[in-house]
Design a binder for this molecule. Structure first.
Ligand SMILES: [Zn+2]
Length: 93
């Protein structure tokens, strides 16, 4: 037997409680991983949706911006004499 194989042998002092505790931890880790995976998927979906929906094109100079905040800031600094588009009126810049 090699040293590596010896390390894999469960020591005699690992009793059932410890084994159960380990199982519980593994189960918790599995759940956490699962939840993280779901969160990640959701985040990805939201990000993709946001990317699809939140492309703002400046009505004056056709510059594209990823979010309304940037768009409003752009509009106010670049086109201060142009009335703000109605969709930007509620945006907190
Ligand atoms: Zn512009």
């Amino acid at each position: 037997m090699t040293k590596d194989k010896l390390r894999l042998v469960v020591p005699w002092y690992v009793d059932n409680d410890m084994a159960r505790g380990q199982q519980k931890i593994q189960s918790q880790q599995k759940n956490a991983k699962k939840q993280a995976g779901q969160k990640k998927k959701q985040g990805h979906d939201q990000k993709a949706a946001a990317k699809a929906a939140l492309i703002y094109t400046c009505t004056v100079c056709r510059t594209q911006m990823p979010d309304p905040k940037t768009f409003k800031q752009h509009f106010e600094s670049k086109h201060p004499k142009t009335p703000l588009p109605p969709e930007l009126a509620d945006v907190q810049a």
